[in-house]
Design a protein around this ligand. Structure first.
Ligand SMILES: [Zn+2]
Ligand SMILES: [Zn+2]
Length: 94
């Protein structure tokens, strides 16, 4: 298992105030851009597209964010989400 992740000083943890926060593209094998098609996990009971759920690791965002200090998963934090989006936009232009 690789422990690759990005470190971002532009955001801080809403719970403990820690910065930097860590992020990486979601490592969940079934995750496709933040969503999981249940048929990938259970092809017997589901047909593709029948049940698509937000990924529990990245909360439907495709990118996992977490605080290395308090250990919280911050992927679904609404305030941070907007900041994450802006940051990714900037990174895309690099
Ligand atoms: Zn995911
Ligand atoms: Zn924290």
């Amino acid at each position: 298992m690789s422990e690759d992740y990005e470190v971002d000083y532009e955001v801080n943890c809403p719970y403990c105030g820690h910065t930097p926060l860590h992020n990486r593209f979601c490592a969940n094998l079934f995750c496709d851009e933040g969503f999981i098609d249940e048929s990938e996990d259970d092809p017997i009971n589901f047909i593709p597209g029948e049940l698509v759920i937000p990924c529990p690791d990245c909360k439907g965002t495709g990118v996992e964010w977490w605080c290395p200090k308090c250990g919280r998963n911050l992927s679904d934090n609404k305030r941070l989400r907007q900041q994450f989006k802006e940051l990714r936009k900037l990174q895309d232009f690099d």
